[in-house]
Design a protein. Sequence first.
Length: 180
Amino acid sequence: MVATHLDYFAIMGPKNARVMAQMGLPYCFGGGDFCGKGGPLYSPKVFHDLMLPRLQIISEGCKAAGVHHLFATDGNVWPVADDLMGASGITGFYELDRQYMPMRDVHAKFPHLTLLGGIRSEVLHTGTVQDCIEETRTALEDAKEMNCCVIGCSNQIVAGTPAENIWAMMETLHAERDVS
């Protein structure tokens, strides 16, 4: 049943990529949260056998259409990173959480990927204003050095996140942008 469900995405993904290209939209965002702090919620073998072949089809369809294929999940992706970030053919990865997938380490192993994220949503949610400024600056420093990253919140800004923390992130991003 899972394979049949994933087959649907492998059929629709390339079709969607062609339509997106015709509309002038250069990015195909996909993925889904399947990793947590301890790694994937299912085994690397299941990922390799079920997900990888379908992701390769979608990536090829995106490439043929001239659209970038970006994939998202947060958490510890390392147990499936070679398949997901290497063999699948994706061109970008988002929801990058520095706690589990440090930007420098991901870029060192997969230099072809554009990375999005780097500012931990947990820090935005539970940290101080100063924590958020430091988190944002650290992510920006990494991104400037590697020149492969789009910096932002790793996953989502959850309900109850203090507004002053969000503003601290945004003001730091804008201030650093103006310095560069």
